[in-house]
Design a protein around this ligand. Structure first.
Ligand SMILES: Nc1ncnc2c1ncn2[C@@H]1O[C@H](COP(=O)(O)OP(=O)(O)OP(=O)(O)O)[C@@H](O)[C@H]1O
Length: 245
């Protein structure tokens, strides 16, 4: 099985402040992984290392087998930032916003082919965005914008999708649709999924593997192992109530 992401002895510091330490991590093709951890644990920073927006202070990162600094095929990594990034001020329609995600694959100079347009439309359909295609993103609700952010990340047909608290702000039907779509992406389109989340209930039901992060990786295993051994209480420093357990 191919390693899509490999981190070896990775450390990240900002000045004197060590944000991540001794990170050894493999994300393999077909993984469905959740990263849990308290506020400030370094979860977003870990995603940013994968995205190449942060460089490690120490250690090595390989993306699809290539050293991260030399990795060019960025479209293979889809990213949904916390709260959908700055999509709220996006001066564009839903279709344009999602299409801008496709540009990561096509490059800015090439016109869209019918196949590009088909992918954009299918992605919008899967996230129930077809009725909103011509609306301005700035006029949407937070949950609708979040779906646009997810569709935008998927429009480049990435091999791996990084989601930073992406279900936050979705209502119950929106959340159900979101998880159903993730499961389908993972199963049918073989997209590898890495989600940073605080939603332990959702994690325990849906993912295959959990990583608990608090500057270091303090646990790695199945959701059942994570829940059965009090790792969460240790991680968060207090007992954790998990709905449905
Ligand atoms: N560019 C930066 N410059 C300085 N410090 C930073 C920078 N980016 C992150 N940090 C610090 O790194 C630490 C980890 O931040 P990070 O956002 O990765 O945590 P997190 O686990 O995602 O937190 P949350 O659950 O609150 O989103 C924090 O103390 C943060 O202030």
């Amino acid at each position: 099985m191919t390693n899509l992401v490999e981190m070896k002895g990775v450390e990240l510091s900002f000045g004197e402040k060590k944000v991540l330490e001794d990170i050894n991590l493999c994300i393999r093709e077909g993984d469905f992984l959740a990263i849990l951890g308290p506020n400030g644990a370094g979860k977003t920073s870990l995603l940013r290392l994968i995205l190449g927006t942060y460089r490690p202070t120490r250690g090595e990162i390989f993306l699809f087998g290539v050293p991260a600094a030399r990795f060019k095929e960025r479209y293979r990594i889809g990213y949904v930032p916390q709260k959908g990034g700055q999509l709220g001020s996006f001066p564009a329609t839903v279709w344009e916003a999602v299409a801008s995600g496709r540009v990561a694959r096509t490059g800015i100079w090439r016109r869209f082919t019918p196949k590009d347009e088909e992918v954009i439309e299918k992605t919008c359909a899967a996230l129930d965005l077809l009725p909103l295609l011509h609306q301005k993103v700035s006029e949407l609700s937070g949950g609708q914008r979040q779906r646009v952010a997810i569709a935008r990340a998927l429009a480049s047909e990435p091999d791996i999708l990084l989601l930073d608290e992406a279900a936050e702000g979705l209502d119950a039907p929106g959340e159900e649709l979101f998880y159903r779509y993730l499961a389908e992406l993972h199963k049918e389109r073989k997209v590898t999924i890495v989600m940073v989340t605080h939603d332990i209930g959702a994690v325990s039901r849906r993912v295959k593997r959990v990583i608990c992060l608090n500057r270091r990786i303090v646990f790695e295993g199945t959701p059942a192992e994570c829940l059965s051994n009090n790792h969460l209480a240790e991680l968060y420093g207090a007992p954790v109530y998990v709905p449905g357990r």
